[in-house]
Design a protein around this ligand. Structure first.
Ligand SMILES: Cc1cc2nc3c(=O)[nH]c(=O)nc-3n(C[C@H](O)[C@H](O)[C@H](O)COP(=O)(O)OP(=O)(O)OC[C@H]3O[C@@H](n4cnc5c(N)ncnc54)[C@H](O)[C@@H]3O)c2cc1C
Length: 667
């Protein structure tokens, strides 16, 4: 293993660690900063904010992304909002409450010190974004507005209609653009990282492919930052952009970086259900909708009546019944399992019974309520206008996809893969175990444990990029002499280029009979069925028996048309699917080894039943996840083997000094 697994958490009281650490961290003087070169792979919220901030600090930055423009990073898709402990509502929020909600939301599987820092800097993010001109929603009087998200009982989510990611990314992108124009950031769009280059145990650069010309080149630097997003597309169907992939982090993993908790994936409860076997992507209906939308299914099994024909008394608002304290804003893992439970019991709606209703009828009447005796249509019109103002673009999106008007008919939704909490292992400085390799945003594992709360991924990406890495990278760079930086023509780079070219030639040379998508679809279905919302020892062993065979078949029978010397989308996809075929196996191994349930990792063998005291006393529901703190209060960090069946599992114990693990109750 390269490097060590020390989390490097600073000493001292939890709420003083970050300030103390910043003060004690090494600083590089302004005149010397320009001598250091930093590579940032990724231009989403984490990458763009890091690249621009580091450039403003004086470092020479190179930023890479595979889209044609940095502003098309997947972060642009984020809908609902971003959390911050500003307590503008005066409803009892605080840094400590945001910290605690996040640790509890992650089912006590995140690193306490990292989460506390996240909650602390959350307040600065909003100020930073407002200064950059992000048009957050405002109250009538001009103050910034807030709404609620799952797993919290306060309103701390800042938003820009249902387009928060887009507005935040435009803010970060505008700064990035300024630094590009100033020449302090050199931007490489349509450029895919294929290899991490390590020299004398330190990350010193990357090998990339120009996606338009096919040219493979090397770039050296004093540190490499990966901000390359999540791996949800290992499931083929997900709410992620089609291009999201695991390649950058997986290739770094194969060079020595540990991969932490790969089995921690988030299934979001409210997505537009799958409509057919040739569908290539799923669409999220933001959690913000559950501020006003109520989830229900018919009480009667197999009820095929239209929703409008089912009277109130024959509806089961199951989240309000099961989790009265949090109701429709129960966290995602819990709400997803509850939806699945209703459908498994035969009370699901729509084709195949794989759907539940998300109903705005009550909210429209409540918002529209005026003087007594008013006509119902006037009340509805007024209520509709208010709902439209809050979520209009989401309703439009729903109508475009389903041809249904959700102001009149409840939305029909079902859980789908959405976010990945696992990622490359990092210490408190966000440095991986490979010295000089830093990992930010969704690509790292550190802040969300086994379940991420809504609106906290944007918060983490921007915290990492705007506030954490600018302070922590100096600790590493101060130990490195910039004049010792290897040249991109040196041996290690040559070797990595040769490996990348050999892989491309191999993929193009197979000339088999199945398309890349066929393999990806089969892997995704297998992952969903056997390692998805519910997993068992048996299902995981079945997946582990099948994936290596599928991978072998891929390398014998995939058909990648075209050449490597030009734009070739099949070739790009083939490289990524080849990585997913290895990564999927590690994910299943991780899920198999973690013999407990926690957050989004639901092993059917480990759940509360009617016999348990916690159910009898009303703390949890039968069917809720059952943790095993005695044996699994740790991060699983995997070291790559010759293939995923040979990977080695390391454990970083999780220490909770303040948020002591308890039964996670939302009742
Ligand atoms: C539909 C949807 C809605 C969401 N809504 C919310 C929300 O309301 N609130 C919230 O907090 N979170 C939300 N999330 C989650 C959140 O959007 C993401 O977790 C977050 O934006 C990830 O940001 P990032 O910077 O880490 O990665 P990304 O935005 O995914 O950016 C990754 C970058 O890495 C680059 N890259 C990747 N691999 C390579 C490679 N090999 N070579 C070169 N470049 C590479 C890409 O080009 C891209 O620039 C949502 C997610 C989805 C799918």
């Amino acid at each position: 293993m390269i490097g060590s697994l020390s989390s490097n958490i600073p000493s001292g009281p939890l709420d003083q660690k970050w300030e103390k650490h910043k003060f004690e961290s090494r600083i590089i003087n302004p005149a010397n900063k320009r001598k250091y070169s930093v590579i940032v792979v990724g231009s989403g919220l984490a990458g763009a904010s890091a690249a621009a901030t580091l450039a403003d600090l004086g470092y020479a930055v190179k930023c890479f992304c595979y889209q044609d423009s940095p502003r098309r990073a997947h972060s642009i898709a984020a809908q609902g909002g971003i959390n911050a402990a500003k307590n503008y509502q005066g409803d009892g929020d605080s840094v400590h409450r945001l910290f605690y909600d996040t640790v509890k939301g992650g089912d006590f599987r995140a690193r306490e010190a990292n989460v506390h820092r996240l909650a602390e800097v959350s307040v600065n993010i909003i100020d930073q974004c407002v200064a950059l001109g992000v048009p957050f929603a405002r109250e009538y009087g001009g103050l910034l507005a807030n709404r609620s998200f799952g797993g919290s009982q306060v309103s701390r989510t800042f938003y820009a209609r249902g387009q928060t990611g887009q507005q935040l990314l435009l803010g970060a992108y505008s700064t990035l653009n300024r630094t590009i124009a100033q020449g302090t950031v050199q931007m490489f769009p349509r450029t895919e990282m294929l290899e991490l280059v390590i020299v004398d145990g330190h990350a010193k650069g990357i090998v990339v492919r120009d996606m338009v010309t096919g040219a493979v080149t090397s770039h050296s630097a004093d540190a490499v930052i990966l901000a390359t997003g999540g791996y949800g597309n290992v499931y083929y169907l997900s709410t992620n952009a089609k291009g999201c992939n695991v390649t950058a982090t997986w290739r770094a993993h194969k060079k020595g970086a540990l991969f932490a908790n790969p089995c921690f994936s988030q299934i979001h409860p409210t997505c537009i259900p799958v409509a057919g076997s040739f569908q290539s992507k799923l669409t999220l209906m933001s959690e913000s909708l559950r501020n006003d939308g109520r989830c229900w299914v018919p009480v009667k099994k197999g009820d095929t009546r239209k929703p409008s024909e089912i009277p109130e008394s024959e509806r089961d608002y199951y989240l309000e019944r099961m989790y009265p304290a949090f109701g429709n804003l129960a966290p995602r893992d819990i709400a997803s399992r509850a939806a699945k439970m209703q459908c498994d019991e035969g009370r699901g709606v729509g084709p195949g019974g794989l759907g539940i209703y998300l109903d705005f009828g009550a909210a429209i009447l409540r918002y529209g309520k005026g003087t007594a005796g008013e006509k119902e249509e006037d009340v509805r019109a007024r209520g509709r206008a208010i709902v439209e103002e809050k979520y209009g673009n989401l309703f439009e999106m729903y109508e475009q996809i389903t041809s249904e008007d959700a102001y009149h008919v409840p939305m029909r939704v079902y859980p789908a893969v959405h976010y990945t909490m696992g990622g490359l292992w990092v210490d408190y400085n966000l440095m991986s175990n490979v010295p000089g390799l830093f990992v930010l945003g969704e690509a790292n594992f550190s802040d969300h444990g086994a379940n991420r709360l809504g609106a906290s991924a944007l918060m983490q990406g921007l915290a990492d990029g705007y506030f954490v890495i600018p302070s922590t990278i100096g600790n590493y760079l101060a130990t490195v002499a910039p004049d010792k930086r290897p040249k991109p023509t040196d041996g290690a780079f040559r070797e990595a280029e040769e490996a990348a070219n050999a892989r491309t030639s191999k993929l193009l040379g197979i000339k088999g009979k199945k398309t890349v998508d066929e393999f990806h679809r089969e892997l995704g279905l297998l992952m969903w069925d056997l390692c998805g919302m519910a997993r068992t020892e048996k299902s995981l062993n079945r997946a582990l028996a099948r994936i290596p065979t599928l991978r072998a078949e891929f390398w014998e029978n995939v058909n990648v048309p075209g050449s490597g010397e030009s734009l070739n989308v099949s070739l790009e996809k083939a490289g990524r699917v080849a990585d997913f075929l290895e990564f999927g196996e590690l994910t299943c191994r991780d899920a198999l080894e973690r013999r407990e349930s926690c957050g989004g990792h639901f092993r059917e063998e480990f759940q509360y039943t009617e016999k348990d005291e916690e159910v009898k006393s009303g703390k949890v529901c039968a069917g809720d996840v059952k943790r095993d703190d005695e044996n699994f209060l740790h991060v699983a960090a995997w070291e790559a083997g010759a293939d995923p069946s040979k990977s080695i599992r390391h454990a970083e114990p999780l220490i909770y000094d303040v948020a002591h693990p308890s039964v996670r109750s939302y009742r």
